[in-house]
Design a protein around this ligand. Structure first.
Ligand code: GMT
Length: 407
């Protein structure tokens, strides 16, 4: 079967109208709905694009938390598929492909944007391939955004590496959230394969209105306090963080608040008890009230072994909270060492503890770094500027296609 060439879609554009004065785009975004940075970025991107007048559809197997708490006009498509005795787990990524095709057949999509390569770039690839056979609409352009472990851990595993490489090659555009992740992608998936490997680095962004510092005179903790947010996966090294915190704060009343949940949480609770941290460590579990938890803390801590960007660190910075983190992956592209926080080598427990102690017990210094961190969040990672870069990329892809079709 050969793909049919679809006519230029003069079909009516749905209600959306681009607030910036250009033609509104019909954009489909696919993401994980779990607590985690890639789902947050995808949801915030969808909401911002919709606020700029585009028709935005989000596809996932449940509603991502960041979308759920917003009234923004993004159309959510929950595709779960059906369980069946032959399936060990329900292939919801295939149900997502069907859901995209249903929408494309009805309204058409200009752009299909996959966040996190496995399985979403594969779903996008399948949907675009099927859309080539749709006589009613031109197939959407496919954009893949790399977030981190989709390249460094999952994508690198032999069970997914060939497929990851294939869908990267097949994407109309690939973006990465940091220079470091782009470099590692080139090293792992492009060099030696003779494959074209253009990767646009578009950093993550933060809603600086939502993530804002506490008001002047607003509540702060009486005792020195650190906060950490993650999904407690091994890569986040929360146990290592507990040991560093114990070293930095032995004999003091400093506190550590841990927000989030995941596979390592139980072991961390046991370790906190073993280390005698008692009530100085608080396990809060998953929370939506992140700005309220981040802003009053003296320091945000992150001890990951891999971190392509560190969105939670940026959210803390936006709340005026400086960061102490391990210097891995793209963290130094977010946190300027000695300016908006302090960075330590990944395996230097004593060095990490020393830096944490430095900021935790010097509130004036922490506040000054926090103010700089806020200014950086407002400029380098401003939502409007970053989202405009995605928008420009979409338009470039569509324009390129128009020129090719004319030639
Ligand atoms: O790649 C992951 O482990 C999951 C992903 C997520 O959904 O939380 O995290 C990655 O993407 C975030 C958003 O771009 C980045 O801020 C995180 O640094 C990155 N995580 C890792 O690289 C470990």
């Amino acid at each position: 079967m050969t793909p049919q060439t679809a006519p230029d879609p003069q079909d009516e554009r749905p209600r959306c109208r681009d607030a910036q004065g250009g033609a509104a785009l019909r954009i489909g975004i696919i993401c994980h709905p779990t607590y985690g940075g890639s789902g947050v970025v995808a949801s915030e991107l969808a909401l911002t694009l919709a606020a700029r007048g585009h028709c935005v559809h989000l596809f996932s197997y449940s509603v991502p938390p960041r979308l759920a708490r917003s009234p923004g006009p993004v159309q959510m498509h929950v595709a779960q598929g059906i369980p069946y005795p032959l399936f060990q787990s329900t292939p919801h990524d295939l149900a997502i492909v069907s859901s995209i095709l249903n929408l494309h057949r009805g309204e058409g999509l200009d752009i299909l944007h996959a966040h996190y390569t496995i399985p979403h770039a594969v779903s996008a690839y399948l949907a675009r391939a099927a859309a080539f056979f749709d006589p009613g609409h031109r197939a959407p352009r496919m954009v893949t955004t790399l977030h981190g472990t989709d390249i460094t851990i999952v994508g690198n595993d032999p069970s997914y590496a060939p497929l990851t490489q294939f869908v990267l090659q097949q994407s109309d555009a690939v973006t990465s959230v940091s220079e470091d992740l782009a470099r590692r992608t080139r090293e792992n998936f492009c060099l030696g394969y003779g494959a074209p490997c253009a990767i646009d680095v578009i950093p993550n962004f933060v809603d600086t209105e939502l993530f804002h510092p506490r008001a002047a005179g607003g509540a702060t903790h009486e005792v020195p306090s650190a906060v950490h947010v993650s999904n407690f996966r091994p890569v986040k090294r929360v146990a290592w963080l507990l040991r560093a915190f114990e070293l930095a704060t032995r004999g003091t009343n400093a506190r550590l608040t841990l927000v989030g949940d995941g596979p390592d949480q139980n072991a961390c609770r046991n370790l906190a008890r073993e280390l005698g941290l008692g009530e100085r460590v608080l396990f809060l579990g998953e929370r939506d009230a992140l700005p309220e938890l981040l802003a009053p803390a003296d320091v945000f801590v992150l001890a990951s072994s891999e971190e392509s960007f560190g969105l939670s660190a940026l959210e803390a910075m936006s709340c005026g909270t400086p960061v102490v983190a391990t210097n891995v992956g793209g963290v130094s592209e977010v946190v300027d060492d000695g300016v908006s926080g302090l960075l330590a080598p990944m395996d230097d427990l004593a060095g990490f503890a020393a830096r944490l102690k430095e900021l935790l017990f010097d509130r004036k210094r922490a506040q000054s770094m926090g103010a700089t961190a806020r200014a950086i969040a407002e400029t380098r990672f401003a939502r409007g500027t970053v989202v405009a870069r995605y928008e420009a990329l979409y338009r470039r892809l569509l324009e390129r296609e128009r020129v090719v079709n004319k030639a």
